[in-house]
Design a protein around this ligand. Structure first.
Ligand SMILES: [Zn+2]
Length: 199
């Protein structure tokens, strides 16, 4: 993780002394420095100068310690956002990737988007992996096979399959297996299982 992108801030006791590093100088309350000193509220101020506390400087090279310090200050989410952001930047096709050597500038975080509606792995008799929802109880395979499910009580049960392509029906121990395009319908104990063809 590129922890070096986390910007440390400098703080100094109002009475003077060494300039220490901290993940984030809070607006109020105490601050804990990288050298593990806790400066009480009101006794320190954030400064622009470079740190001169050798312990802080040495520890600022230690990624594990920095991450720990960030998490300790509830900056874990920022760390996470940074690593996600970096993961995005690694994709070369992204147009807004920073140019190498571009000057460091504050990062503006996009508003968090809600995750796409979660689809469970299985809905009754349908193994949803690879299928796209195409309406209430209707699912479409990558190969264009449409599977209609019907709700019986609380369970989604296989209702109908529509395929433009070839369909192979095979007698198996428990009934008939249907392979239509990239979809497979297998009889199970008292029902069916619909899923994308394996392999
Ligand atoms: Zn220090």
């Amino acid at each position: 993780m590129g922890v070096q992108q986390l910007k440390l801030e400098s703080v100094r006791r109002k009475t003077g002394g060494r300039i220490h590093l901290t993940p984030r100088a809070p607006r109020s309350g105490p601050v804990t420095t990288l050298c593990n000193q806790t400066l009480a509220a009101g006794t320190y101020s954030a400064v622009e100068d470079d740190a001169d506390c050798t312990n802080c400087i040495r520890r600022s090279q230690d990624q594990g310690r920095i991450s720990g310090a960030f998490f300790a200050q509830d900056e874990g989410s920022e760390l996470l956002r940074l690593s996600l952001e970096q993961a995005k930047f690694r994709k070369p096709q992204r147009a807004d990737s920073p140019r190498p050597g571009a000057p460091e500038r504050p990062v503006v975080w996009p508003t968090a988007k809600p995750p796409p509606e979660a689809i469970p792995d299985r809905l009754g008799e349908l193994v949803t992996r690879g299928f796209r929802p195409a309406g209430e109880g209707v699912w479409r395979s990558p190969g264009g096979v449409v599977v209609k499910m019907r709700k019986q009580g609380k369970e989604w049960r296989f209702d109908e399959l529509v395929s433009e392509g070839s369909v192979i029906a095979t007698r198996v121990a428990d009934g008939i297996r249907v392979r239509a395009g990239d979809v497979e319908v297998n009889p199970t104990d008292g029902g069916f299982e619909v899923q994308l063809k394996k392999g």
